[in-house]
Design a protein around this ligand. Structure first.
Ligand code: UD1
Length: 352
């Protein structure tokens, strides 16, 4: 059996580990490496617990730091693991600094790389995620694209070999752990919310929440909303709201409930039972679309251009007003969905 090292480190990667580990663990010698980029219980351990992901083999404990320091420390520790384990392939997921560190350190050690969620692109090359994606894709031998638009992006960059249309692994997770009506009802009761009558809202992207002007505009916009709003708050956002003296203004918005970050099951339940979603998250916009909920994106663009074309997601920058939000959901064609993790496992293992 071939030996695979799968790398995760941040919240959006932990959730995708579950379907990936399930399909790879019987077909390979699997090593799971957690870089420790996210470390709070609500940002890390809760996902392993809820999704019953087996213990990781290596926890690198890197934590928060500036980009170069964080990526550099990860690369140093990853190289040690590669030397002792000699994996046949390294599997990276998404577009975080853990993705970048995994790709560069593997390539430097002549270990082939497979990238899950390859080919997504923003128009803005200064975004940290965009830098990570471009480098990761350039260094990958197996590129698992979630949609046709991602394949086109790679073609446009001259990357043609090893490119596969595998579908969105997040859809596999949604299918696997969709919370049932009882769970949703209990959760809504706990937060004093009514089914289909509140907005699920999240924001965390650095280019948004590091900017006090953006946060001010969001607070002003949310103050015009007449529905209840629930907002699980990312630590980066919490820290910045306090730093810019905006935290209390956020809490004062009528009918807003700001809560700690939630686990994946609670997050899916809050999306599934909502009227709709306002977010800057790549994952939550897809989850909303898969549950037939409209998602307004707090950005001027989305990497998920197909969902935008179907009308399932709409970019609004930082301009939120009650009048401009129309929660009529869009239909996504069935052909969009796939058994993604199985496809990914086949692409990875056929390469070796
Ligand atoms: C990272 C990813 C981003 C992804 C997001 C999902 C990069 C460059 N960015 O952003 O693409 O969408 O994760 O959440 O990799 N913090 C805590 N506790 C934690 C983790 C972080 O308090 O468990 C705080 C720290 O103050 C830290 C800040 O959040 O400095 C930012 O964390 P970091 O991992 O650098 O980036 P994210 O904003 O989480």
């Amino acid at each position: 059996m071939k030996k695979l090292a799968v790398i995760a480190g941040a919240r959006p990667q932990f959730v995708k580990l579950a379907p990936l580990v399930e399909v790879l663990q019987d077909r390979s010698k699997l090593i799971v490496i957690n870089t420790g980029q996210h470390y709070d219980y609500e940002m890390s351990d809760i996902f392993f617990k809820q999704l019953k992901i087996p213990e990781v083999n290596y926890h690198l404990g890197i934590g928060s730091a500036g980009h170069a320091t964080q990526v550099g420390k990860m690369m140093i520790e990853l190289e040690k693991v590669y030397h002792s384990e000699n994996p046949d392939m390294v599997v990276i997921i998404g577009d975080t600094n853990s993705t970048l560190a995994g790709a560069v350190s593997a390539a430097k050690n002549n270990i082939p790389v497979a990238h899950v969620e390859a080919g997504l692109r923003s128009k803005d090359n200064s975004l940290p995620e965009q830098i990570n994606r471009i480098v990761a894709d350039r260094l990958s031998s197996v590129l698992c694209c979630p949609d046709k638009a991602s394949m086109e992006n790679l073609k446009g960059e001259g990357i043609a070999e090893g490119v596969f249309l595998t579908g969105d692994i997040l859809y596999d997770l949604v299918k696997k752990i969709t919370p049932d009506d009882d769970f949703c009802a209990r959760l809504l009761k706990q937060h004093n919310l009514e089914k289909n009558n509140y907005i699920m809202m999240t924001m965390h992207r650095a280019e948004n929440v590091d900017n006090p002007g953006f946060l001010r505009s969001i607070i002003d916009g949310l103050s015009t909303i007449t529905n209840k709003i629930i907002m699980p708050l990312h630590p980066r956002t919490a820290k910045n709201l306090k730093k810019f003296n905006l935290y209390n203004d956020m809490l004062k918005i009528k009918d807003i409930k700001v809560i700690k970050p939630v686990g994946i099951i609670e997050s899916l339940a809050l999306v599934k039972s909502s009227l709709g979603v306002i977010t800057d998250s790549g994952g939550i916009q897809r989850e909303a679309a898969y549950f037939g909920r409209k998602a307004y994106i707090l950005r001027d663009e989305t990497e998920w251009v197909e969902l935008e074309r179907y009308g399932a997601v709409e970019c609004i920058g930082s301009k939120i007003t009650q009048q401009s939000l129309d929660w009529t959901p869009a239909e996504i064609p069935d052909e969009y969905f796939a058994d993604s993790s199985k496809f990914i496992a086949n692409c990875v293992l056929n390469f070796l």
